[in-house]
Design a protein around this ligand. Structure first.
Ligand code: ATP
Length: 231
């Protein structure tokens, strides 16, 4: 294992009750790199995110942060160790304002930085987060990571349902975080825009990573085979 891997899953097995979803996931996310995790609906991408963040327990295998075994650590302690999860469906709280959502994770000075950096949130600070557009909600969900960069950012389908321009804005935020040394795991069902920014691509199928390699190795044939299950 490389010491520069901020996040590693080694033979991760996990599921829900009697249902095994992850069947031995091996995945490494180096510091300062973007890993795109792709795969069809139901392949186990979201479960991989939850397992990495400590929200779904492993029944076998290991999770490591900077080489340290955190398999037994609960989610709040992994957050303390630098894991930030932007879950599928945004993870913002409707019924709370933008300001109240930010206040769950950030103190006043950090919130002021958010409003400086992201004027769209400043304009909407008193508005119910549930009334924001999908893109604004995604930006709100990522804002704490932008002003207080985590060690590892895990984003589950951040582009889902968003207009291309908004996706570009969000991927710019990821690029900035990468340059500051954050390890990014970005889950998408389809290859789409995330390919352009990924350093490494990993394909999941039936609870395993069936292929991973440099973005430059990914071509149309590989993509077709990956989604058809021919890898
Ligand atoms: P999606 O794009 O649909 O999120 P995915 O690749 O992220 O796909 P997962 O969400 O990890 O896949 O789901 C993998 C399998 O686990 C699916 O068969 C799904 O039905 C099952 N699953 C997910 N969440 C639960 C849950 N809370 N309880 C039981 N089964 C679940």
């Amino acid at each position: 294992p490389s010491a520069a891997d901020a996040l590693r899953l080694e033979g991760a097995v996990a599921g829900y009750g009697d249902t095994t979803v992850l069947r031995g996931v091996d995945l490494a996310v180096p510091a300062g790199r973007v890993v795109a995790l792709l795969g069809a609906n139901g392949a186990g991408k979201s479960t991989t995110c939850l397992a990495a963040a400590g929200l779904v327990p492993l029944t076998a295998g290991r999770v490591r942060i900077d080489g340290a075994d955190v398999t037994g650590l609960p989610a709040h302690r992994r957050a303390g160790a630098g894991v930030f999860l932007a879950p599928e469906g945004r993870g913002v709280f409707p019924g709370l304002t933008v300001e109240e959502n930010l206040a769950l994770l950030l103190r006043e000075d950090a919130r002021a930085e958010v409003y400086d950096r992201l004027p769209v949130l400043a304009e909407r600070r008193a508005i119910d987060a549930g009334a924001l557009s999908g893109g604004e909600q995604q930006i709100l969900a990522l804002a704490p990571a932008l002003v207080r960069p985590p060690r590892i950012l895990i984003a589950d389908e951040p582009s889902l349902g968003l207009a291309p321009l908004v996706v570009e804005e969000i991927f710019q935020i990821f690029d900035e975080l990468r340059r500051s040394g954050v390890a990014l795991l970005v889950v998408e069902e389809k290859a789409g825009e995330v390919l352009a920014m990924a350093d490494t691509v990993a394909f999941m199928r039936l609870g395993r990573v069936v292929w991973s390699g440099a973005r430059s190795e990914v071509d149309d044939d590989l993509l077709t085979n990956a989604y058809l299950g021919a890898l």
